[in-house]
Design a protein around this ligand. Structure first.
Ligand code: AMP
Length: 282
């Protein structure tokens, strides 16, 4: 049985409200499509914990900057729907841009403070776009639990804070990063990489390994470790480093001295592709 695709938001909401009236626990997995095992792990988590699961597929224009890859972002709906078969997904919500952002719509969410550094500094407006679309999706799909990936660590933190600050009733669950065997974090953007670029992209997970090793041997100077993370990225031939830092996992404040837990976060360009990765070091 192929998974039904719902484009109409009233129908999408009605279905969820009916389930909830019947006492069913509903999970939602928001995505931009071009699905891979990382996304599917979220779907499996939802299917495990909930009685009904909705996957949303929408390439959200408001979270892309003017010079970013919105136009070339992979759109593979048919293949995505095929991948969701037999995972227990009740429907895919795939709205149109015009339905989500009618011309007259001008309201947006001011993101929480934790959205300011790192991705927020490199991608102005990104988290306002993320918060706005997530809030809209939660209104259309009023699920009990929403599943996000740790892959987008700052995003998961931003969404958790928004839910708290705006008293939203959807619970946020953050699931572990799914990686290739060699350590590369799965990402829809990996398909932009040719073979030599893919090798260079390994620098991100290697730099996270480096940070973890330094912590394990008792290095306490965060600046030393961050310098070594940059060195590791450069040795792998990464083209441009947006950031490679150790931060507090809750505030994202940069650390001077290491602590446990901390989060190591990296954003770097390989060719024309921008990649992010992170690791929580307990
Ligand atoms: P995206 O389609 O890139 O917006 O991602 C949709 C959701 O999947 C987000 O919550 C991501 O954090 C999550 N995700 C993406 N890649 C991975 C991965 N490698 N492992 C776990 N979750 C992921």
């Amino acid at each position: 049985m192929t998974v039904p695709v719902v484009t109409d938001m009233n129908e999408a909401r009605y279905r969820v409200l009916e389930w909830r009236k019947a006492g069913r626990k509903v999970g939602v997995v928001p995505t931009m499509g071009a699905l891979h095992e990382g996304h599917l792990s979220l779907v499996r988590a939802s299917a495990d914990q909930c009685d009904a699961t909705v996957v949303t597929i929408f390439v959200n224009p408001t979270q892309f900057g003017p010079d970013e890859d919105f136009d070339k972002y992979p759109r593979t709906l048919e293949d995505d729907v095929a991948q969701l078969e037999s995972l227990g997904v009740d429907y895919v919500f795939n709205p149109t841009n015009d339905a989500m952002y009618p011309e007259r719509a001008t309201t947006s969410v001011v993101p929480p403070a934790v959205a300011a550094p790192l991705e927020g500094a490199k991608r102005p407006g990104h988290f306002a776009g993320v918060c706005t679309i997530v809030l809209k999706l939660f209104q259309i799909i009023p699920a009990d639990i929403a599943f996000f990936g740790q892959k987008d660590y700052q995003q998961s933190l931003v969404v958790r804070r928004m839910v708290e600050d705006l008293n939203l009733s959807t619970e946020i669950q953050v699931c572990p990063i799914v990686r290739e065997q060699d350590g590369l974090a799965l990402s829809s953007r990996n398909r932009y990489l040719d073979q030599p670029e893919r090798e260079r992209a390994l620098g991100l997970s290697r730099a996270l390994d480096y940070a973890e090793r330094q912590m394990d041997v008792g290095e306490t100077n965060a600046a030393e470790i961050m310098a070594g993370m940059r060195r590791t990225l450069e040795e792998h031939g990464v083209d441009q480093i947006d950031y490679a830092v150790l931060a507090d996992p809750e505030s994202l404040e940069l650390l001077i001295e290491t602590q446990r837990p901390l989060v190591a976060l990296i954003a770097a360009h390989v060719g024309s592709t921008r990649l992010i990765d992170n690791r929580i070091i307990e």
